[in-house]
Design a protein around this ligand. Sequence first.
Ligand code: CMC
Length: 435
Amino acid sequence: MANDTLTIIDNRTNRSYTLPIEHGTIRSMDLRQIKTGPDDFGLMGYDPAFMNTASCHSRITFIDGDRGILRYRGYNIEDLAENCTFLEVAYLLLNGELPTPEQRQEWVKQVTFHTMVHEGTRSFISHFRHDAHPMGILVSALAALSTVYPEAKNISDPECRRMQIVRLIAKTPTLAAYSYRHSLGYPIVYPDNDLSYTENFMNMLWKMVEPKYVANPVMARALDVLFILHADHEQNCSANAMRSVGSSQADPYLSAAGAASALAGPLHGGANEAVLRMLDEIGDVRNVPEYVKRIKEGKGKLMGFGHRVYKNYDPRARIIKQTAEDVFKVTGRNPKLDIAIALERVALEDEYFISRKLYPNVDFYSGIIYQAMGFKPDMFTVLFAIPRMAGWLAQWQELLEDREQKIARPRQVYLGHELRKVEKPRQTERAFVTR
Ligand code: CMC
């Protein structure tokens, strides 16, 4: 018998089955042959929240959560953050290799020339309430792009796919900036093709009456590094949403709107906003021990702590902490940093957090930097969505090129009623107003 197999004995029938093991996994469909009789559907795995189920083979991002390692296409995140721009990293995620100088030039040119959005989309954004959450606007605007580019549904045409990928990478910062300006009641600023990806984003956010926006280079680089750190994170909640919606062959705008919706929740990308609100609530370093005590009593979670995959310090959090120091040299120190550092120190020495392997994640420090840069907390998750678009699209493309993938459709274990009958007469339903 081959070594890379698993033998299972079904004690219900005393039958034994030998299943192949490949890449450390068995195929769940191989379990289906394990039956008690011809009417038995066959054995399934039960795995709420995919705690131990691989949904795909992927060559994009590697995480070793126990050792705190994150790599895109084989490159350590520290290496990429140090030596690359976000657009180079986006190219790497999407194409598998860093661009040559010629490829880089062409890629930057294409993205730069697609940053404008249709005036109808601009007008659409302007009709949201002034206090609409920018994530709600972004999700809606991404979905609305599907109506501007109906050809995007030709997902089996690689050239058509490439075009939509360029558009989504190029236009997401524009949509994000428009939603931000709208929430402030400011007129929108059109893209400026002279500027780099992050400089142009800053231009669309913050240009006022000056004839030409000049970005602070330290801030522009910090934002670029933050974008690199957030670009992909393998099969997280939003990547899984992108793949799940995309598996129905919806176009990439609709799929990306689904992914952005998943990102918006406080357990995922919304955590950076929640961290800031938590630090506000703590208010002072002196209140940290009392706050940690409450968390240990089960009264809430320490936002920005813990991760499904990392059971060690999140490598992105370490780089962000350094980036924060660079930003604070320009903006002045955000006083919330002291509360965050005190919170981290108390938590990392506490048995509750040690035994559960809870460490700061990417969101713990990012919000503090964003606030120092001048962003309101409700913009933080949008800042996560912009770079994550590259990861979502890389995951989407890999899905479409994977011949083993089909429409995503999990099974369930039905525990509801057996067959029963309606025991009342049918009635018509009519809404009316009585006066
Ligand atoms: N504060 C206090 N306790 C926690 C925390 C936390 N932040 N996270 C997990 N725990 C506890 C949890 O209560 C459980 O304890 P017990 O075993 O006594 O029931 C144990 O640790 C295991 O937690 P879990 O909920 O089973 O872990 P999970 O893998 O399902 O959840 C998580 C991962 C990220 C959703 C969770 O750690 C969390 O809610 N963290 C706070 C929100 C956050 O920072 N999210 C951003 C994640 S990183 C960026 C991203 O993915 O977008």
